[in-house]
Design a protein around this ligand. Structure first.
Ligand SMILES: [Zn+2]
Length: 404
């Protein structure tokens, strides 16, 4: 496999003055008619390069559209092979490529779409040792990762190198996208400071995702990458796109750079970190969302929102704990709750009272169930999980609580 060896390749591509040849003018004619693209923009795409981290559900549509659009160099970083369970959403691969390296399958498909594009397979795992060298070779990064280890590595490498990081994640019926690590915008760590403690994520087994959802989010990522290369429009930098495919709701919320962010704020993070694996590689499948909900666990009792409301009305001594992230807290919260985000939960847990009943909630009740299980393991005697999370609370108890 030829590993991307950057600068030389990048310089070789950079011939901005060379006019497009006639077969290129024909191929890209629908771009040339757009004043925002035109021949100048098409040459920018041709001289541009994008690294796609992960040739899975998100990376697939991104890669297909970036190749079709004529992005000159596309790096595909993945060290997995195609499995038949991938085909439900990873549209870059097909039945005949089951068992092949994903990078190989990707190269064949992308070259078939557009032979003018140079596809660079990077058939190795991104690590603290190689991520800076790999990321440095590209103009824009598309984060299509399926695990926290690579997601934090990708973010930190982009911040350290000043490369825009087009983020996407999907889980079940929900997805998110943003553009991180631009000169003024926030980075992934501004939203999710640290990966959740390994004890909180017992396994990533089969979280599940609607197959078309990564198609939707990955296409958004391709759109953002193309806009970044062209330098047109308004990107998602400083905004987080939230998609709920079940209700087909799209919304964007403002996200700001956190001055205390160790990556892009204080800049105390000066080297990459290899976090421990959170999932065993056997479960290294589906695309995971932010702070993946683990499967249902035993030992934690469930509390229905209506029952919680009754008990609160009767003045029961309950400590209500919201384990979502700060940006979600800003969208909506249950009155009287205290915010202890999952990303800092491990450190904060010892400060929680042991003499009161603790009721934990999150968006839909899965992250809080993991946190509750963690507390039970730490010896907390009375821990409840709010069934269905704040979404169910809004539906059953208090419709003035905003849904998202
Ligand atoms: Zn940051």
């Amino acid at each position: 496999m030829d590993r991307a060896t950057p600068t030389a390749a990048a310089l070789e591509m950079a011939a901005p003055d060379a006019p497009l040849e006639s077969h290129e003018l024909i191929r890209y004619s629908r771009h040339l008619g757009l004043t925002e693209v035109g021949e100048q923009g098409q040459r920018r795409l041709k001289n541009g390069s994008v690294l796609i981290v992960g040739a899975g559900g998100l990376g697939s549509p991104s890669a297909l559209y970036l190749a079709a659009a004529g992005v000159g160099r596309i790096g595909i970083a993945d060290f997995d092979t195609v499995d038949v369970t991938n085909l439900q959403r990873q549209v870059l691969h097909d039945t005949a490529s089951v068992g092949q390296a994903k990078t190989e399958s990707a190269r064949a498909r992308l070259t078939a779409i557009n032979p003018l594009v140079r596809v660079e397979p990077i058939d190795e795992e991104l690590t603290a040792a190689n991520a800076l060298e790999i990321v440095a070779a590209y103009d824009v990064v598309v984060d299509g990762t399926d695990n926290f280890k690579t997601r934090y590595l990708t973010n930190d490498a982009c911040v350290l190198l000043g490369k825009p990081n087009v983020y996407g994640s999907v889980l079940r019926f929900e997805g998110q996208a943003s553009v991180f690590a631009t000169p003024d915008g926030p980075c992934y760590r501004c939203l999710f400071r640290e990966p959740p403690p390994p004890g909180l994520v017992p396994s990533c087994a089969e979280a599940g995702v609607l197959g078309v959802l990564p198609g939707l989010i990955g296409t958004v990522q391709a759109t953002e990458a193309i806009k970044l290369l062209l330098g047109v429009g308004e990107t998602l930098a400083g905004r987080l796109l939230l998609v709920d495919a079940l209700r087909m709701h799209f919304r964007t919320i403002r996200v700001r750079r956190d001055p205390d962010c160790p990556a892009c704020g204080t800049r105390e993070l000066t080297a990459l970190i290899d976090y421990d694996e959170f999932c065993n590689r056997a479960a290294h499948e589906s695309d995971v969302g932010p702070h993946v909900p683990p499967p249902p666990t035993m030992g934690v009792q469930e509390l229905e929102p209506r029952d919680l409301a009754d008990r609160l009305r009767r003045g029961a001594p309950i400590e209500l704990i919201d384990v979502r992230e700060p940006y979600e807290w800003r969208i909506a919260r249950i009155e009287g709750a205290r915010l202890v985000p999952l990303s800092t939960f491990g450190a904060m847990a010892s400060e929680l009272p042991r003499d009161r009943e603790l009721v934990l909630y999150c968006h839909h009740g899965t992250r809080s169930r993991a946190a509750a299980e963690f507390l039970v393991q730490q010896g907390f005697p009375r821990v409840w999980n709010l069934t269905g999370g704040i979404a169910q609370w809004s539906a059953d108890v208090d419709p003035t609580v905003a849904t998202y």
